[in-house]
Design a protein around this ligand. Structure first.
Ligand SMILES: Cc1ncc(COP(=O)(O)O)c(C=O)c1O
Length: 366
């Protein structure tokens, strides 16, 4: 018997998420070392030393279950954002929160709107509960908010996912546009505003979505410690929303979904503003370094507000494979309907150099 037939059709239809290739796997395959991984938008500085120290200290207690309510981390977040703890739900990475939103509010046949080229997990979370995703055509690779609202209203959608900035396109929606979108949207449509790359926004682009929660009870904001805070492996993120929405999300949450090491590290990371600033500065310089070379090489790229940039290149898969041989891992994004593009995460200056010289070598070989 084929056991996959036991799964509902909407589960069988899911195309699994394709993660970036781990360094260890490429090392095994090619027998080379010194590999640079610029494939998963991780923090090239690592994590805050304070977060690492807090994680180490928390190891002494790993025989105990974590605080399932995440009191200390929620307390730190509540002070940071000026919201009461019942406005916060913690996730095993922000990926968890995207799934809570889907599992708490959607069922088979419900409609969900997101944009073409938007982060893959929106479609996965939607499909995972048997809901129907409606992918709206992008405008210049970015979210077309008017078209998304029109599609959601016309099709009776229950939820909209928005990534700001979006991965893998790096596109950004200004705060005033998002606010106007929320005002025009019927209040019974939930909006999950995924701000995983929020900390990378330049000063002039920053906006305060948290204050909008008072105005829009249908808004859920999700953020992560995986990117600018450098805790990707520990899996910790949070969502902010109105208490009724957060209550429903908590009901589908595993009781101990965020481990104690992650909780302790996240509290320390949240307080290390210097580390986040260094991360931001490094990213800004690295972005200029890489996009400057793209321009010199005549390569088209999408100006990015995140810690990665997608560029267009002939024979993208062949270039991807050749980069692997040269010890550089980037990310093909054909699964985002961008087959002629690759996405590179911004690394340390030396890592960016290694990527750029490998790329130049490949272009010379063509
Ligand atoms: C736009 C976006 N949202 C959410 C996530 C999920 O990250 P995590 O689960 O590590 O918080 C990612 C990770 O790449 C992302 O790019």
């Amino acid at each position: 018997m084929n056991y996959s037939d036991l799964a509902p059709p909407y589960i069988r239809a899911i195309a699994p998420y394709q993660p970036g290739k781990p360094i260890s796997e490429l090392e095994r395959e090619l027998g080379i070392s010194g590999i640079v991984k610029l494939a998963s938008n991780e923090n090239p500085l690592g994590a805050s030393p304070k977060a690492i120290a807090a994680a180490r200290a928390a190891l002494d207690e790993i025989a105990l279950y974590p605080d399932g309510n995440g009191f200390d981390l929620k307390d730190a977040l509540s002070q940071r954002y000026g919201v009461v703890q019942n406005h916060i739900v913690l996730g095993n990475g922000s990926n968890d929160l995207l799934e809570f939103a889907a599992r708490a509010f959607l069922t088979i046949g419900d409609k969900v709107v997101y944009s073409d080229h938007a982060f893959a997990v929106y479609a996965l979370a939607t499909q995972g509960v048997g809901a129907t995703g409606i992918s709206v055509a992008a405008k210049n690779f970015g979210h077309d908010l008017d078209a998304m609202r029109a599609a959601a209203v016309a099709q009776g959608a229950k939820m909209i996912f928005i990534a700001n900035p979006n991965n893998p396109t790096g596109t950004f929606l200004p705060g005033d546009k998002l606010h106007a979108f929320m005002r025009a949207l019927p209040a019974n449509i939930l909006v999950v505003l995924d701000e995983a790359y929020n900390e990378y926004l330049p000063e002039e682009c920053r906006y305060d979505s948290v204050v909008w929660l008072k105005e829009f009870p249908n808004l859920i904001i999700s953020r992560t410690f995986s990117k600018a805070y450098g805790l990707a492996s520990l899996r910790v993120g949070y969502a902010l929303g109105n208490p009724q929405v957060i209550d429903m999300m908590n009901r589908v949450r595993q009781p101990f979904n965020v481990n104690s090491v992650a909780q302790a590290a996240a509290v320390a990371a949240l307080h290390d503003a210097d580390f986040v600033r260094q991360t931001f500065e490094l990213n800004r310089r690295g972005m200029a370094q890489i996009t400057g070379e793209f321009t010199k090489l005549g390569l088209e790229y999408l100006p990015s507000f995140g810690n990665f940039v997608s560029f267009k290149i002939d024979d993208a898969m062949a270039v991807y494979r050749r980069l692997l041989e040269l010890g550089v891992i980037v990310r093909p994004i054909a699964n985002y309907d961008m087959p002629g593009w690759l996405r590179v995460s911004i690394g340390l200056e030396t890592e960016n150099d290694k990527f750029l010289s490998a790329l130049k070598q490949i272009l010379g070989e063509q």
